[in-house]
Design a protein around this ligand. Structure first.
Ligand code: ARG
Length: 471
């Protein structure tokens, strides 16, 4: 095969330099689209035959040729050539080598511009389905862990200062909610990814009597891109996916930050299984939470990819420009990083060790039930702002004495308000505080159990939808 002669070089008087060839080629990364390129070509050829644009014999030959190419790629026997620039031309050249002129007819009524846009959409659609499935698995790991800890009390923080006691299960379920929105966002993004560009050809459509709906149906696209110029040029669906991914990573980075903090011996709320940690080469006592640290670190590159995609798009005139070739590496790396991260996280959460005693102790140290004392006084008829003042004074007193609020004698408390009676001690306990926040979305263990039940039902419904989409 003469790979030195470019498919498009008919009117060129000199070959490109080696550097230009390397600089403009995308085969080094877009070979990953091969499977989708073949799917797209098959559907296109089937439609061309149905429309009598190519013969049925040509279609049969194309089908057999592509099947063989697909096997060669799977078995690692396909020879990718840099001279052939990209995945599309590599496959087309090999097809022609295998089946002759029928291979050359495959590109009738099509351009690499609508071809590549189709390939990326097929790739992203499959990636989204996989990412949704993995996010659902991580959510299940969260729910399973939360279920064991509906009654485990930890200090809830604002400004990283002890604020009010919360159930550890409740705290974990906050991440379930974040990931729930992430799944919803991905499902919504999928609808806009799942539109067919083929038929747009280079930019203006084609003069052949094609049937775009037929191709869309063969490839299970929900609809077709309704403007040819837009179809080949915009990558907003990829940017949207990049934003969904950046949000998932941001959420995972937040929980990572917490795990790192909780695992510090100074806090000691949890420990991660050894297989997620590393030691230090110089300090033998150390066990470092490398995995969550890397998740936090990798969030930077996913956010970077989003910015890269946005910047790539911002100054492009209609229609296709080669700039768009730069969409692939950020996308691939976003998908790969996200998939690995979600997998590792699910496993890591299942192996987490919780030190309930340390959590409880920390909750008792920071006057976490101060708000409960204020609410107690309000219920006795004192205006909230005055109650706030009484509690502030009580906290100051306890602080000086070096104890918590519920360690104070009734007499000591009474000096700040005569309304305080012996029933106050019920609200000053951590359990009392937790149980009193007994409404939808509150931290009372009963509410957390109900939230977990809701979560399990939601997961069951969504796993089913995702499975159906993937088949
Ligand atoms: N490798 C190219 C890309 O990724 C394929 C489309 C090339 N089209 C063209 N007219 N040069 O965008």
């Amino acid at each position: 095969m003469d790979t030195n002669k470019k498919t498009w070089s008919g009117r060129f008087s000199e070959p490109v330099s080696e550097l230009v060839e390397r600089y403009t080629a995308s085969i080094g990364f877009d070979y990953r689209l091969a499977e989708y390129d073949i799917q797209g070509s098959l559907a296109h050829a089937q439609m061309l035959a149905a429309q009598d644009i190519i013969t049925q014999d040509d279609f049969t030959a194309i089908k057999q040729g592509l099947k063989r190419i697909s096997d060669e790629i799977r078995d690692g026997k396909f020879e990718w050539s840099l001279q052939l620039e990209d995945v599309h031309l590599n496959i087309e050249k090999r097809l022609t080598q295998l089946i002759g002129d029928a291979g050359k007819r495959l590109h009738t009524g099509r351009s690499r511009n609508d071809q590549v846009a189709t390939d990326i959409r097929l790739y992203l659609r499959a990636s989204i389905d996989e990412i949704i499935a993995l996010t659902l698995s991580m959510q299940l790991a969260i729910v399973n862990l939360a279920e064991h800890h509906t009654e485990t009390v930890m200090p809830g923080f604002t400004h990283l200062q002890v604020a009010q006691p919360v159930s550890f299960g409740h705290h974990l379920m906050a991440y379930f909610e974040m990931l729930k929105r992430d799944v919803q966002r991905l499902s919504d993004c999928r609808k806009r990814v799942n539109q067919l560009p083929l038929g747009a050809a280079a930019l203006a459509g084609t003069s052949y009597p094609i049937n775009r709906e037929h191709v869309a149906q063969l490839l299970s696209f929900e609809g077709i891109c309704e403007n040819s110029l837009d179809a080949v040029s915009d990558r907003d669906f990829a940017i949207e996916f990049g934003a969904c991914a950046a949000l998932i990573m941001t959420h995972l980075s937040r929980i990572s930050e917490e795990l790192i903090l909780w695992m510090s011996p100074a806090v000691g709320f949890i420990s991660l299984a050894d297989r997620f940690c590393t030691g230090s080469s110089i300090m033998p006592q150390k066990k470092n939470p490398d995995v969550p640290e890397l998740v936090r670190g990798k969030t930077g590159r996913i956010n970077g990819h989003l910015v890269a995609l946005l910047t790539l798009m911002k100054a492009q005139p209609l229609a296709y420009n080669k700039d768009n070739q730069e969409d692939k590496e950020p996308l691939f790396d976003t998908v790969d990083t996200l998939i690995d991260t979600l997998r590792i996280y699910t496993d890591m959460l299942s192996g987490i060790n919780v030190n309930a005693e340390a959590m409880c102790k920390a909750a008792m140290q920071g006057f976490a039930t101060a708000t409960d004392l204020a609410d107690y006084l309000v219920k006795k008829g004192i205006p909230f702002r005055d109650a706030h003042e009484v509690v502030a004074k009580s906290v100051q007193f306890a602080e000086q004495k070096g104890c918590d609020l519920d360690d104070l004698e009734l007499g000591e408390l009474k000096q700040f308000s005569s309304e305080i009676a012996s029933d106050v001690f019920a609200v000053l306990t951590l359990e009392g505080s937790l149980n009193s926040r007994d409404h939808v979305g509150g931290t009372a263990p009963g509410q957390v159990r109900t939230a977990i039940k809701r979560a399990r039902a939601w997961l069951a419904g969504n796993s089913k939808t995702n499975d159906q989409q993937q088949t």
